[in-house]
Design a protein around this ligand. Structure first.
Ligand SMILES: [Zn+2]
Length: 243
């Protein structure tokens, strides 16, 4: 189970599990994304309980040890027509005493729709599909899908640069971006590069799929309303206050 995504500040390269200090980027203060491999998603949904703190999990505020897991709140997650309820746990930091919600990587913070669904839409749109056929294919309102695509396009260059940085930290070669590429194509290629680099460096076994990795790297900035993911966001599809 992947637990986070490292950044360059880690020094000696990524730990066995990836870990993302989202507070360091100023995005989310009390949500930790716990990577869930694809084969574990269904079991988690069936149990209706989100992930526990992974071994070695550290507090993003003080680097203290996170221990235990308590019931936090319940939230919905939608996979096209299917909607599931999930109990999101919280873990306590032994250092500073703060609690942190533990979100699985198939959930996008503050969003109803699951990461693989949003990711599939981004991928198909990058290949040239319009939002209406995409919405029909995903059984979702066209306005919802159009909103994702607009926001993801607005963030694509910034998010892609962060993903390429991660890919290079994990040993990938610097990208040679084709000129005049569409923003979503740039983003999708960066996601694939980061995921491939993580798989080569850390092995496939503990990795979530590439959309789960994207959530772990960028959190709610994926579909931020604002021009900068550092500015925070109040997404329209919020149904539970993650964090
Ligand atoms: Zn702490």
């Amino acid at each position: 189970m992947l637990t986070a995504v490292t950044t360059a500040e880690e020094g000696e390269g990524p730990p066995p599990h990836l870990w993302l200090d989202q507070r360091g980027a100023g995005w989310l203060s009390s949500v930790l994304i716990v990577g869930v491999v694809a084969g574990e998603v269904e079991g988690m949904l069936a149990a209706r309980v989100g992930p526990r703190p992974p071994a070695g999990a550290r507090c993003p505020d003080c680097d203290g040890e996170l221990r235990g897991c308590w019931a936090g709140y319940e939230r919905w997650v939608r996979f096209s027509k299917r909607v599931e309820r999930l109990r999101i746990g919280r873990s306590l930091c032994r250092g500073c005493g703060k609690t942190h919600a533990l979100l699985p990587s198939f959930v996008v913070p503050r969003r109803l729709d699951a990461a693989p669904v949003i990711g599939a839409a981004l991928e198909l749109a990058a290949a040239g599909r319009g939002h209406r056929p995409l919405a029909a294919r995903l059984s979702l309102p066209a306005t919802t899908v159009r909103g994702w695509l607009r926001r993801a396009r607005a963030q694509a260059a910034l998010l892609a640069s962060r993903l390429w940085r991660l890919a290079q930290e994990l040993g990938a070669l610097a990208p040679r971006a084709p000129p005049h590429d569409r923003p979503l194509a740039v983003l999708v290629r960066a996601v694939e590069a980061a995921h491939a680099a993580a798989a080569r460096r850390l092995g496939e076994a503990g990795l979530p799929d590439r959309w789960g990795l994207l959530v772990a790297v960028v959190g709610e900035a994926l579909l931020s309303h604002r021009s900068s993911p550092w500015a925070g966001a109040l997404p329209a599809a919020r149904i539970a206050s993650d964090g």
